[in-house]
Ligand binder design. Structure first.
Ligand SMILES: Cc1cc2nc3c(=O)[nH]c(=O)nc-3n(C[C@H](O)[C@H](O)[C@H](O)COP(=O)(O)OP(=O)(O)OC[C@H]3O[C@@H](n4cnc5c(N)ncnc54)[C@H](O)[C@@H]3O)c2cc1C
Length: 473
């Protein structure tokens, strides 16, 4: 068996793994970044990300108190306070650190949350929309800086098992095409991106039928780090929620229909029905929450959005890459009919039930009584619009998962905690393998805070803590 030795073994070479390694290098700590992808441009979520660098849709350069209010109001007290403090206080400095390492940002569009977007921004069309842009450039910039600092990525190496000695993590077992590798280290940092592409964990926590969900991601988050850490006593949190969007069902077999366009804004204006022709969720809570609700249905491919020409030409045109016209120009299906019974026949739902649903919805919108609908329809974030034809439209939906929000419980230094809330010596985590910030609680809105920013902040913090422990004063 091949044996390697380092100070810190890092699992995964996305933004969290590379930031950890580079920050350790800044402080004279050796690390090995193990990446299961063998290609030069190994896939990962960072590489294909949209690149908006925000915290709860606030710009990273805003006053920390403004950012804190946004996070707290969105997560409704469910996020760990120490993690929120760390995120809002550090994000300004973390962005500056990335800049110093050569990462560039640009303002895109008019929305606050896109004032810091990774440059150059992703293309608005094409399957390789990310190539030479956004996260792809960020990864290449960080890797080049790491190599300059004497480090690098060991590609084609999949971490499989942590090695423990006297209760402390002292390395790991990994696999390469040529055989097993044992890496001994003084600490391990799990940065493998979450479990969105692992069918077993997805079935355990997210959906009764994960195969009926769209993998709106790079397909690399297979939950290895969470499994390995749970096996040595690590605690997990918030595993039942994910960041994602409502997508056209056609995206399940047409790669031109993901990651964009999302159908969120159309759904948030109209009604979403299941196979019985009835509503089953609060569309007013927005796309991330709707995607989570659809995933939980016994049949996650049973949802359809009903809307009209005014919605298609209004909310349908919202966003940089809007549903209208992208859905049609990229080969997706827009069902249309002059009346509701004909539309019901096309969708395959009972015509009388669909007519009742739309009638009740229209009456509630006309009288401002949306909250009295069953299920409740909130209007605080998205305005409900009556569905009046001209013609009537429908799109069959699916839930697209981008990344899992929950994961290993960490403290503000990225130290992984056990079931008694005690740090497991030598075990750290950052990025989407760790939980505790996003998700929210109860039946309300699923709270999205931002994957790139939290990955950067906790990677820097884990590296700083490790350097404090490993570098003699
Ligand atoms: C389409 C899309 C759009 C997005 N847009 C945005 C956006 O605009 N703004 C935003 O904030 N976030 C966005 N995100 C989310 C963001 O990309 C992630 O939150 C972030 O990149 C996570 O970084 P990470 O380092 O945790 O994981 P990743 O970037 O996924 O990296 C994890 C790495 O670990 C490797 N790995 C996995 N298992 C092992 C193993 N056992 N051994 C070795 N290596 C392993 C993987 O191959 C991968 O390279 C988007 C994501 C997607 C998919």
């Amino acid at each position: 068996m091949q044996r390697l030795e380092t100070d810190v073994a890092i699992i995964g070479a996305g933004i969290s793994g590379l930031v950890t390694a580079l920050r350790l290098a800044d402080q004279g700590v050796r690390s090995l970044v193990l990446e299961k992808g063998a290609e030069d441009r190994y896939p990962c979520n960072t590489r294909v990300a949209g690149g908006a660098f925000h915290v709860a849709h606030r710009d990273v350069a805003e006053d920390p108190e403004i950012i804190r209010n946004a996070v707290v109001s969105r997560t409704k007290g469910a996020a760990r306070e120490d993690l929120v403090d760390a995120l809002v206080n550090d994000i300004g400095g973390a962005t500056k650190w990335l800049r110093e390492k050569g990462v560039r940002f640009i303002k895109v569009g008019h929305e606050t949350y896109r004032r810091h977007t990774l440059a150059p921004p992703i293309a608005t069309h094409g399957r390789r929309y990310w190539e030479g842009r956004g996260g792809d450039v960020l990864l290449r910039t960080l890797e080049a800086a790491l190599i300059k600092a004497g480090g690098g990525i060991v590609r084609g190496t999949r971490a499989r098992q942590l090695v423990m000695e006297g209760g402390a993590c002292v390395g790991l077992h990994a696999e390469q095409a040529s055989g097993p590798v044992e890496i001994s280290a003084r600490a391990v940092v799990v940065c493998d991106g979450g479990f969105h592409s692992d069918p077993a964990l997805m079935r355990e926590f997210i959906s009764p039928a994960p195969e009926k969900m769209l993998q709106r991601n790079a397909g690399t988050g297979t939950g290895d780090g969470i499994r390995m850490a749970r096996a040595v006593g690590a605690q997990v949190v918030g595993m039942d929620r994910f960041y994602g969007h409502v997508m056209s069902q056609d995206a399940m077999h047409n790669p031109d229909l993901w990651p964009f366009p999302m159908i969120d804004f159309v759904c948030a204006a109209g009604v979403v029905v299941d196979g019985t022709g009835r509503r089953f969720m609060d569309e007013g809570l927005g796309g991330v929450t709707m995607a989570n609700r659809i995933a939980r249905q016994a049949d996650p491919l049973g949802a359809t959005v009903i809307f009209d020409a005014a919605i298609w030409n209004g909310p349908g045109r919202e966003y940089l890459i809007p549903a209208n016209p992208t859905l049609l120009s990229n080969g997706g299906t827009l069902l249309s009919a002059p009346d509701l019974p004909s539309l019901a026949a096309q969708i395959g739902v009972p015509a009388d039930a669909l007519a009742e649903t739309v009638q009740a919805f229209n009456a509630a919108v006309a009288s401002g009584q949306e909250a009295a609908l069953t299920p409740h329809r909130s209007t605080g974030n998205y305005k409900a619009m009556q569905i009046q034809g001209g013609p009537y439209h429908a799109v069959k939906l699916c839930a697209g998962i981008t990344y899992t929000m929950g994961g290993l419980v960490i403290n503000a230094d990225g130290h992984v905690l056990d079931a008694q809330d005690q740090p497991i010596p030598g075990l750290y985590s950052a990025g989407c393998a760790a939980g505790g910030i996003e998700g929210g609680k109860g039946d309300g809105q699923v709270a999205y805070v931002g994957g790139l920013t939290r990955s950067t902040v906790f990677a820097l913090r884990a590296a700083n803590e490790l350097a404090r422990q490993l570098v003699p004063a």
